[in-house]
Design a protein around this ligand. Structure first.
Ligand code: NAD
Length: 285
């Protein structure tokens, strides 16, 4: 039987209706949420991501500004701009679009964003809070996945959740969020021996490896929920996930598409975090 599709685009649309109301409630208190996006270099994918995020801001009434730097810009100038934005009351969220040119120290740049404006959730204060079971501003992709699972009514407590990938932006924070919700969590990485041994136990399998086809239907427990985080561009220009959709959708009970799945939720969570940060700035969050 074919799996039911988890429609990230439809869930995101519902969330946007809620964000609009929150933005309007803030407006009646004289606050318009503001997001500053910093783009460094000329990575075409980054251009697309920033454009998508800017469009999402416009859709819900969040004010957005873009700051651009050339590929050779000194790190000091970027940090100086972030310091100004940290102090700017019209800006509630700051994001630095990744990846950065390798010459720049991404860690130093990201950590200079004030924790309460860190809408990507990469500041150590925000990441560290999750270790203690709290969510301040959480990284957008894991937050989007958790929101998606909740909106679909998928129970987590007592279930086996397997996360493939241990990056700081997806796998690790997601594992912490799943642990906080009572799932039994396994985190696999590129050194994991016999990946199938773990995937075949997963009630919920989340794949964030950046490797097309790393998981196929033969590796799944029948009825598993499969969340495909991967975004990979094929030689013909098409986008594909990390999961072999054709075979997996015959075994899974539910599955996310790529595109139209997790990516849409990631953008929605950036807006959610920006609105939350604006609410907190007036003690309303
Ligand atoms: P990353 O390269 O930082 O991390 C990949 C992780 O996968 C690593 O921990 C690595 O050990 C693990 N891995 C790689 N090959 C593996 C294998 N064969 N078996 C098991 N583990 C393996 O990547 P990332 O930033 O976490 O992103 C992962 C993917 O998710 C990429 O395709 C990226 O484009 C995509 N992504 C999508 C969104 C979204 O909004 N949909 C957001 C962030 C990242």
């Amino acid at each position: 039987m074919a799996a039911i599709l988890i429609d990230g685009a439809a869930i995101a649309r519902e969330l946007y209706a809620d964000f609009k109301q929150r933005v309007s409630a803030l407006g009646s208190r004289g606050v318009r949420p503001g997001l500053a996006a910093i783009l460094i270099g000329d990575n075409p994918a980054s251009e697309v991501y920033v454009r998508t995020k800017t469009r999402a801001c416009a859709e819900v009434g969040v004010h957005s500004v873009q700051h651009r730097f050339g590929v050779d810009c000194p790190e000091r100038e970027v940090v100086e701009l972030i310091n100004c934005l940290n102090a700017d009351p019209a800006i509630h969220g700051i994001l630095v679009q990744l990846p950065l040119p390798p010459r720049l120290n991404a860690e130093r740049i990201l950590q200079s964003i004030a924790a309460d404006k860190d809408v990507d959730g990469f500041n150590w204060t925000n990441l560290g809070a999750m270790v203690a079971g709290h969510t301040l501003l959480a990284p957008c992709t894991p937050l989007g996945i958790m929101t998606m699972l909740d909106r679909e009514g998928i129970a987590l407590e007592g279930r086996n959740a397997v996360v493939i990938g241990r990056s700081v932006i997806v796998g690790k924070p997601l594992a912490l969020m799943l642990i906080a919700r009572g799932a039994t969590v396994t985190v696999c990485n590129s050194k994991t021996r016999d990946l199938r041994q773990y995937t075949s136990l997963a009630d919920i399998l989340i794949v964030a490896a950046g490797k097309p086809g790393v998981v196929d239907g033969s590796m799944l427990k029948p009825g598993a929920v499969v969340i495909d985080v991967g975004i990979n561009r094929l030689p013909d220009g098409k986008l594909t996930g990390d999961v072999d959709f054709a075979s997996a959708s015959l075994v899974a009970s539910r599955i996310t598409p790529v595109p139209g799945g997790v990516g849409r939720m990631t953008v929605a969570m950036l807006i959610a975090n920006t609105v939350t940060a604006a609410e907190r700035s007036i003690g309303a969050g």
